[in-house]
Design a protein around this ligand. Structure first.
Ligand SMILES: [Zn+2]
Length: 144
């Protein structure tokens, strides 16, 4: 079964919330260092870069999306870190995932994935979590 996902539109400078259409302002949040974009309507937020305080690091995200993204990142890390050829696996894992999820490789960073896409990433990573990443004759990554 193929997972269908929408193409990603990356907007580093959001003015309107992708989730609810609410107005987005740059502000600071108590529990976050630096600035963040925040939707005045639904409270979704995106941290910005320290060195570029008006550039968003992620899409506007709910708490659910932020925590799911964290979970995906740690699953992703645990897969390549536990691999025998970890550096090589790390390099190829994004491409593998992008291919699985039918995303452009360049888009396949977790920061700009929406909730549905993050759920697909989580599901895909959980499926291969305890399997062994290996390379075939064409140097393509797969899981045994
Ligand atoms: Zn919103």
């Amino acid at each position: 079964m193929k997972i269908k996902v929408e193409p990603i539109k990356v907007n580093y400078y959001p003015e309107v919330c992708e989730l609810c259409g609410g107005k987005v302002i740059i502000t600071s949040k108590e529990d976050i260092s630096g600035k963040c974009y925040c939707c005045v309507n639904c409270g979704a937020y995106a941290k910005t870069y320290m060195e570029e305080p008006d550039k968003a690091m992620t899409i506007l995200s709910t708490e659910e999306m932020h925590s799911l993204r964290k979970k995906c990142c740690s699953l992703f890390r645990s897969i390549w870190k536990n691999a025998k050829d970890s550096k090589r696996v790390r390099k190829c894992l994004y491409g593998w995932l992008a291919d699985k999820l039918k995303l452009d490789c360049s888009d396949c960073t977790f920061s700009f994935l929406n909730l549905e896409q993050l759920k697909s990433v989580e599901k895909t990573l959980l499926e291969v979590r305890w399997r062994t990443p290996v390379f075939d004759r064409n140097r393509r990554l797969y899981f045994r």
